[in-house]
Design a protein around this ligand. Structure first.
Ligand SMILES: [Zn+2]
Length: 221
């Protein structure tokens, strides 16, 4: 009597380098396919349908959906960076609006800080348009910060808070509304009170040791 059966047979379809999520770095992979074969006496005879494909990291042996090969860490970083600069701009605009008077000095500070962080120019028209859209939806920025919070490192959080404080103080003083807004921003990005105190102390020290900076920015009292 002939003994027929079926069996899954794994074959390598392709190989190359990819970004392994588990290793967090570039590694060799094998892309494998599993196909069902009809067997005769337990020996694969002819193939039936494909059962699935997966990618296996040759370092950690982690297995992934083939979509993992499309992930480009460099592009992802750039995307994150663009998103960060965009959100930082929105935070600064909210601070501009907090004291209900948009001063030229504040506009200048926003444009300088944006250039410093993003390496790009923020045109005055673009900034005015940003201000109008921010007025229309004041809560959008805090919601966005909240969504981003888990992805932000301590350095990024500090950049946001420092930028907010510099814009707030550029018209001479930080008023109560600006203070309150900055507290909300710190809350939204989940900055701890200790970290916030550290940032304030550091900015205070910078002012003490640099009189020109102090006059120019009139930092916190
Ligand atoms: Zn791996």
């Amino acid at each position: 009597m002939l003994i027929f059966g079926t069996r899954g047979v794994t074959t390598t379809r392709s190989r190359g380098d990819f970004h392994c999520p588990q290793c967090g770095d570039t590694r060799n992979y094998l892309q494998k396919g599993v196909r069902k074969f009809v067997t005769l006496y337990f020996i694969p005879l002819f193939p039936m349908k494909t059962m699935g494909e997966y990618v296996e990291c040759q370092a950690c042996r982690g297995t992934y959906h083939p979509d993992v090969l499309n992930y480009d860490p460099q592009a992802a970083r750039e995307q994150m960076r663009t998103h960060f600069c965009e959100t930082l701009k929105q935070v600064m605009v909210q601070v501009l609006l907090a004291d209900e008077r948009v001063h030229d000095a504040e506009i200048e500070t926003v444009r300088n800080l944006f250039r410093k962080v993003s390496g790009q120019e923020l045109g005055e028209d673009e900034l005015r348009a940003e201000i109008r859209s921010a007025e229309a939806s004041p809560d959008r920025t805090l919601e966005e910060l909240n969504r981003m919070a888990a992805m932000l490192g301590d350095d990024s959080k500090e950049t946001i808070i420092k930028a907010a404080l510099l814009v707030a103080s550029s018209d001479g003083e930080i008023d109560a509304n600006e203070r309150e807004l900055i507290q909300h921003v710190a809350g939204a990005i989940q900055m701890s009170p200790a970290h916030m105190r550290g940032v304030l102390a550091e900015m205070h020290d910078e002012r003490e040791t640099d009189p020109a900076h102090a006059r120019q920015h009139g930092m916190m009292n």
